[in-house]
Write a protein that binds this ligand. Structure first.
Ligand code: PHE
Ligand code: FE
Length: 294
């Protein structure tokens, strides 16, 4: 099956191509030595960076999944522990999917993983998600029962939000961004990372926890759903949950009336602190320009 580029589209991942295909077969035998070497180098680097930085659920899941460190894993191998732990499985895709397909897969406990990996020139940054981001960043936490349920509920919520209009989808995407992609979590030893956009980035793994520049604010569902974000740089603000249970419980109610209420309120800028925020660290804002948020 040849994937077809539909069009370039502004999304929560930037201005990127959206593909028409659904699921493809992971072309495992077509990976080059360079592809495997890129995986291996990124894997080894993040394993070091994430020691003492990733949340315990992620580190435990990495140990349990036993991903191959020297070759790109076969998705079908990872399906075995995933199915046993939480009932999830992986589907190979060409890239970002249309919203309805993406939500539908999550609702069915299928996680779409981009089959191709970045080039050696893109080790530190690329504009669209690749295999390393999707597999290393997103898949381990699908082994955690509460987080796995959260992802499934998000997919179901997305399907519902599609009938409620663009404002609902915008608010829901912000929640995904500030939790699934860029979330921090409290632990007895200090803040830890659970967001996959951070977990798959060496630079942001350090920055999100150690830098003086960004704000770190206690999780607040409605506040997050009103908050714009940055797609082209490290985040200006991170939101910190106490536990996956807190996240799951806060997002359990029907969002229909919440969307309607929040649609009437002005959004907050990415780097703002607003009244009511449970500020954990107030950032210096150093180096922020006035380019617009997403
Ligand atoms: N409970 C939300 C709704 O009714 C769906 C949702 C679940 C959203 C989990 C985000 C995360 O729309
Ligand atoms: Fe992602």
């Amino acid at each position: 099956m040849i994937p077809q580029r539909l069009e370039h589209q502004a999304t929560d991942k930037g201005y990127v191509p959206i593909y028409a295909t659904g699921v493809v077969e992971q072309p495992w035998h077509d990976y080059s030595d360079t592809d495997h070497a890129v995986w291996s180098e990124l894997y080894a680097r993040q394993r070091e960076v994430l020691r003492g930085r990733a949340c315990e659920q992620f580190l435990a899941a990495m140990a349990a999944l036993q991903m191959d460190e020297t070759r790109i894993p076969r998705f079908s191998d990872l399906d075995i522990p995933l199915r046993r732990s939480t009932g999830w499985r992986l589907v190979a895709v060409e890239g970002l999917l249309p919203e309805a397909d993406f939500f539908g897969h999550l609702a069915a406990r299928e996680f779409p993983v981009t089959w191709w990996i970045r080039t050696p020139e893109q080790m530190d940054y690329l504009a669209e998600p690749d295999l390393f981001h999707d597999l290393f960043g997103h898949v381990p936490l699908l082994m955690d029962p509460v987080f796995a349920d959260y992802m499934c509920a998000y997919g179901q919520g997305g399907l519902k939000a599609m009938h409620l209009g663009p404002d609902a989808l915008t608010q829901l995407a912000r929640l995904y961004w500030y939790t699934v992609e860029f979330g921090l979590i409290r632990s007895a030893e200090g803040l830890r990372i659970y967001g996959s956009g951070i977990l798959s980035s060496a630079g942001e793994s350090r920055y999100s926890l150690q830098s003086d520049v960004p704000n770190r604010i206690g999780f607040d569902r409605d506040r997050i759903m009103r908050t714009r974000y940055r797609i082209d740089s490290f985040q200006r603000g991170y939101f910190v949950i106490d536990s996956f249970d807190q996240l799951f419980e806060a997002t359990r109610p029907d969002f229909t009336p919440i969307y309607a209420r929040l649609a009437g309120l002005a959004p907050h800028a990415a780097g703002e602190i607003v009244p009511g925020d449970a500020v954990i660290t107030r950032g210096t804002c150093e180096g922020w320009d006035d380019t617009p948020d997403a």
